[in-house]
Design a protein around this ligand. Structure first.
Ligand code: PDD
Length: 284
C-alpha cells in the first residue's frame, strides 16, 4: 500500500496536509533523498541518510533528529505500508512560518512517501536508452540534494520531447552528470566518470559502482571529459537509485560504440544485483 508521512503522522497520499506557508512549498527550502527498497529492505540506507544529514548541514537546517531517528522513521513506514519493492522519498524542509526570506525559528518539517514500483521496463535494460546533451544551467552547489530542481526538470523535459530518457548536462564543455543520474563512459576497458566536486551529486549508486569496478578489476578513473570524448566512447551508462546501472546507446542521435549495451556496463549491472543480494542477506 502507498503511504505518506508528515511530522510524526502517517497519512494517505492524497490527504491535504501541507500548510500553504510551508517553506518547502513556497521557497523550495529543503533537501531530500530517494531510497530504493528491495524485498522490504532499504538498499544502502546508511549512505543515503549520511548524505541527507550532509545536505541538511550544507543549507543550515537545524535538525534535531539523528541518523538513527531517520532510520526509525523509514522502518516504521516500511512496516506500516508493507512495501516490498518500491521507493521511499524523504524530505526535510525549514518548516512552517510566515513567508519571509530569513530563517524562521520553527522546527523543521519531515515528510515521506512510500510507493510500490514496477521494475524498470525490460527493453530499457536490454536495449539501452537514448540521451541528449544539454547545457548545465544549475547553481554552484549541486552536491546538495536540494528540492530546487527547476533546471533539472526543464532539461529532462527537453530530453523527453526529443524521445530520450535522460539529458546529460554539460558545463564549460565538460560532462557533469545527468538531470537525475551520474554519467560514465567506457574507453579502452576503463570506466571514466566526472570527479566529485560542487558541480555534481555524490551518487550513492556511483559509490556502489566504484566498489563493483574495484572487485571486478575494472579501472575506475575519476576525471573530466568532453562531449566529443563522450560521443567517441566505447560505452556510456548512467546510474541512479531508481535506474541502477542503465546503458545509454545513443546520444544526440549518434550511436555510442556498436549502438548496443556494452560488456562492461552489463558486468557492472550484474555486479550491482550481487551487491543488492549481499545487502539483503546481511539484513535478514
Ligand atoms: N536522483 N545526480 C543527480 C542530479 C540526481 O538527482 C541523482 C539521483 C543522482 C544519482 O544519485 P543516487 O545514485 O544517489 O540516486 C545523481 C534521484 C533518484 C531523484 O531525484 O529522483
Amino acid at each position: 500500500m502507498n503511504l505518506g508521512y508528515i511530522n510524526g503522522k502517517f497519512v494517505q497520499l492524497d490527504e491535504l496536509v501541507v500548510p500553504i506557508e510551508e517553506r518547502g512549498h513556497q521557497f523550495g527550502d529543503g533537501v531530500y533523498e530517494v531510497i530504493q527498497c528491495y524485498n522490504g529492505h532499504p538498499f544502502m540506507l546508511e549512505e543515503h541518510l549520511q548524505r541527507l544529514i550532509r545536505s541538511c548541514e550544507a543549507i543550515r537546517l537545524p535538525i534535531t533528529e539523528t541518523l538513527a531517528d531517520f532510520r526509525d522513521i523509514i522502518f516504521s513506514g516500511i512496516e506500516k505500508s508493507q512495501m516490498q519493492n518500491g521507493k521511499v522519498y524523504l524530505q526535510v524542509t525549514r518548516g512552517i512560518a510566515e513567508r519571509n526570506h530569513p530563517f524562521p525559528e520553527v522546527p523543521v518539517s519531515i515528510s515521506m512517501t512510500l510507493k510500490e514500483m514496477e521494475p524498470m521496463r525490460t527493453e530499457y535494460r536490454a536495449q539501452g536508452v537514448h540521451a541528449i546533451t544539454h547545457e548545465d544551467e544549475r547553481w554552484a552547489k549541486c552536491y546538495i540534494k536540494s528540492l530546487n530542481l527547476l533546471p533539472n526538470i526543464l532539461a529532462k523535459q527537453v530530453a523527453q520531447e526529443a524521445g530520450c530518457f535522460e539529458a546529460i548536462l554539460v558545463r564549460d564543455g565538460h560532462i557533469t552528470e545527468g538531470t537525475s543520474s551520474n554519467i560514465y563512459m567506457v574507453k579502452d576497458g576503463k570506466v571514466i566518470t566526472t570527479p566529485l566536486s560542487n558541480h555534481i551529486l555524490a551518487g550513492i549508486t556511483r559509490m556502489a559502482v566504484k566498489e563493483s569496478a574495484e572487485e571486478l578489476n575494472i579501472p575506475f578513473v575519476e576525471k573530466n571529459f568532453t562531449v566529443k570524448e563522450l560521443l567517441e566512447a566505447d560505452e556510456v551508462f548512467m546510474t541512479s537509485t531508481l535506474a541502477e546501472v542503465l546503458p545509454i546507446v545513443k546520444i544526440d542521435g549518434a550511436d555510442i560504440g556498436t549502438g548496443s549495451p556494452g560488456d562492461i556496463t552489463n558486468k557492472l549491472y550484474i555486479h550491482y544485483q550481487e551487491l543488492k543480494k549481499r545487502a539483503m542477506e546481511v539484513m535478514k
